[in-house]
Ligand binder design. Structure first.
Ligand code: PLP
Length: 344
């Protein structure tokens, strides 16, 4: 007997909608490396417009978009200020050193928001011994801080430090639409505080592939050359851009449903034995909790959940579940039942 799983591992597991699949089949395409795929161009214009930037670039992944951003804003012998739990620092296979030849300088934070004073203190006074600081990277929502929304006011504070020290600011906005929906702050307001940002079409917005990198036209055109050098030039990419257009125009509002479901799940499991979770800290679609149970380790717990049809992922010291389009209220009920049965 085969079991159907409720897949809470990530919002990246979302399947394209029927409408997206039709748009893929019908997409008008050209060769985007030669600059004539109209659907990719439409997506790049739309993304730039939404973010209030001059230009945008369609990238195969968020990791590539972040890699291009770091490379386009830095030179060798430089340093980049990053938040210590950030994706760009911990989860992207060291592209800062590997591709850009720059060192990351991790700074602590409270739920993803670095104190602007700590950022200022991390800026190097360059001399023959030390790297020159050239870039600050922000992340919103903050993945490893359980989908926390970094407040706009914090962006403003860090922007002031960056301007005072001649630094650029890049936002890893993989889930910037989640931040916007949860806080009521338009994405554009976050984007206004940074020089460039990337955001993912392939997470809660449910497109199959792709991220957008937005910024000043001249840097984005340089980024286009970097994308080619990284092997990310795509030919009839309109078939991938077409669902991206639907992601941006039709899939943003529904993120609030993911957030409500994550809150309901968090509230229901927070009192159970072994679960270390403050439901008030669940702001968006990610539920991360510490797990310390007298009989079950994290791997045992994940295996028991899997037997009951619930897929989740281990994180350091705990477990992560993410809500998204393809887990509905029944899946939340099923997960809550599984938790109660296992931990009863
Ligand atoms: C998923 C993610 C990325 C990278 O996206 P990929 O498309 O998986 O390479 C970057 N930053 C954050 C915060 C993410 O969650």
């Amino acid at each position: 007997m085969s079991i159907t799983y409720s897949d809470f591992r990530s919002d990246t597991v979302t399947r394209p909608t029927e409408k997206m699949r039709r748009a893929m089949a019908e997409a008008v395409v050209g060769d985007d490396v030669l600059g004539d795929d109209p659907t990719v161009q439409e997506l790049e214009r739309l993304a730039a417009g939404i973010m209030g930037k001059e230009a945008a670039l369609f990238c195969p992944s968020g990791t590539m978009a972040n890699s291009i951003a770091v490379k386009m804003w830095t030179s060798a012998l430089e340093e980049v200020i990053v938040e210590e739990r950030s994706h760009i620092y911990n989860m992207e296979s060291t592209h800062m050193t590997f591709i850009s030849g720059v060192t990351p300088r991790p700074v602590r934070s409270v739920r993803g928001a670095m104190d602007p004073k700590d950022v200022a203190a991390a800026v190097r006074r360059p001399n023959v011994h030390t790297p020159r600081t050239s870039l600050v990277c922000l992340e919103n929502t903050h993945n490893n801080w359980g989908g926390a929304v970094v407040p706009l006011e914090n962006f403003r504070g860090i922007r002031r430090v960056a301007e005072a020290n001649g630094l650029k600011v890049h936002l890893d906005g993989a889930r910037i639409f989640n931040a916007s929906v949860a806080s009521g702050v338009p994405v554009r307001d976050f984007a206004d505080q940074v020089d460039s940002l990337q955001f993912c079409l392939s997470k809660g917005l449910s497109a199959p592939v792709g991220s957008m990198l937005a910024g000043p036209r001249e840097r984005i055109e340089f980024g286009r050359r970097l994308r080619k050098a990284f092997g990310g030039g795509m030919r009839q990419a309109g078939v991938l851009a077409a669902p991206g257009l639907i992601a941006l125009t039709e899939m943003v509002d529904r993120l609030k449903d993911d957030h409500a479901r994550a809150r309901r799940l968090a509230a229901a499991i927070s009192g159970l034995p072994g679960v270390r979770l403050d439901p008030a800290e669940v702001e968006t679609d990610i539920v991360i909790f510490g797990f310390e149970h007298p009989r079950l380790g994290v791997d045992d717990m994940l295996a028991r959940m899997k037997e009951k049809g619930i897929l989740a992922l281990a994180v350091p010291g705990g477990i992560r579940l993410v809500t998204h389009k393809d887990v509905g209220d029944e899946d939340i009920d099923r997960a809550i039942r599984a938790f109660r049965e296992i931990l009863a």
